[in-house]
Design a protein around this ligand. Structure first.
Ligand code: PBG
Length: 322
């Protein structure tokens, strides 16, 4: 039998490019941004070298860079000066997240999809994604009412896509109904459907100044469960999610593929803080080639089924792809 020769298509850069199944485009990248209340100069985040908490002025500058880079959007996280048990800064129109969103919509709302994190953990003093009952357990249905209030404040601020990252049961349906009742029928929902209880969110806690008491094991998914991730995505689509997400990305490419195979809406993935920090640490030590490793990781996420990727590398990767 003659030898079958798959290497033929790998022989030259032109052949490899012609045969490539998966390509990255800057439009498929979304940059997460941390905006901190009450600061004038950016604050570095030690566990995420190269990533900062922005002031409002700094936010304006990075938004212009993001629009110039031609990426798809930005996801805004607020870091409030004061936190309390109910996360009251979250639905305050003058709270940092809503102020920052209005700035973003005014600056780049035509060029980028301005997205906002819809979750309480940045705003609560106990660091949980919801409000607690008398026993200190996250109260699902009381939290839904807080999410509804947050959603209205974010829609009013002009956010185009609300990122529901709290993992409460029924959150998509509750928020969709509240928005529709208030006339915000055009505000879209990005459901963090398959969001795992992950150690890879570690550096994010520093980024948002969270001092989480306890853990998130009663609401985020167990890393051993793939089918449950699919179930959550299907439920969220039924509840009205416009986009569903799998998070983290790198360790959950199988879940990403399974979700992408069954849902009829766009599927996104979040390359989270710990994935960023691992790549940075290895690259800083000279153990991996930084640009190649970052692009390989993003390409793999794309290949596994994500149509867009939230990544702290969005600006840099867009420049590399240019
Ligand atoms: C919740 C939220 C988290 C992240 C995004 N949204 C933290 C968590 O669930 O513990 C993590 C993102 C990252 O690690 O980069 N508001």
């Amino acid at each position: 039998m003659t030898t079958i020769r798959p290497r033929r298509l790998r022989a030259t850069p032109a052949l490899r490019a012609a045969a490539r199944e998966t390509r990255l485009h800057p439009r498929e990248l979304v940059l997460p941004l941390f905006v901190r209340e009450g600061i004038d100069a950016p604050r570095p985040i030690a566990s995420m070298p190269g990533v900062q908490q922005h002031s409002l002025d700094g936010l304006r500058r990075v938004l212009v860079q993001a629009a110039d880079a031609g990426i798809g959007g930005v996801m805004i996280f607020g870091v409030p000066e004061r936190k309390d048990a109910s996360g009251s800064g979250a639905d305050d129109p003058d709270g940092i997240l809503n102020v920052a969103s209005r700035v973003a919509v005014a600056e780049v709302g035509d060029a980028l999809v301005v997205q906002t994190d819809l979750c309480l953990d940045e705003f609560t003093d106990h660091g949980h994604c919801g409000v607690l009952d008398d026993r200190g357990v996250v109260d699902n249905d009381a939290t839904l009412a807080r999410y509804e209030a947050m959603a209205l404040a974010q829609a009013e601020a002009g956010s185009a896509l609300l990122g529901l990252s709290g993992m409460m049961d029924g959150q998509v349906a509750a928020v969709r109904a509240a928005l529709d009742r208030a006339g915000f029928t055009g505000t879209a929902l990005l459901a963090y459907s398959a969001k795992y209880a992950s150690a890879f969110y570690g550096p994010f806690r520093e980024a948002v100044g969270s001092s989480l008491r306890g853990d998130r094991l009663t609401y985020q998914l167990d890393p051993g469960n793939g089918r449950e991730g699919v179930r959550e995505a299907v439920l969220d689509v039924e509840e009205g999610a416009d986009v569903v997400m799998v998070k983290p990305a790198g360790g959950y490419l199988d879940v990403l593929r399974r979700v992408a195979d069954v849902v009829p809406v766009p599927v996104w993935a979040y390359q989270v803080s710990g994935e960023y920090s691992m790549l940075e640490a290895a690259a800083a030590n000279g153990w991996i080639a930084r640009e190649r490793a970052v692009l390989e990781s993003l390409t793999s996420i794309r290949r596994a089924g994500a149509e867009s990727i939230l990544t702290y590398y969005a600006l840099e990767a867009a420049a590399w792809l240019d």
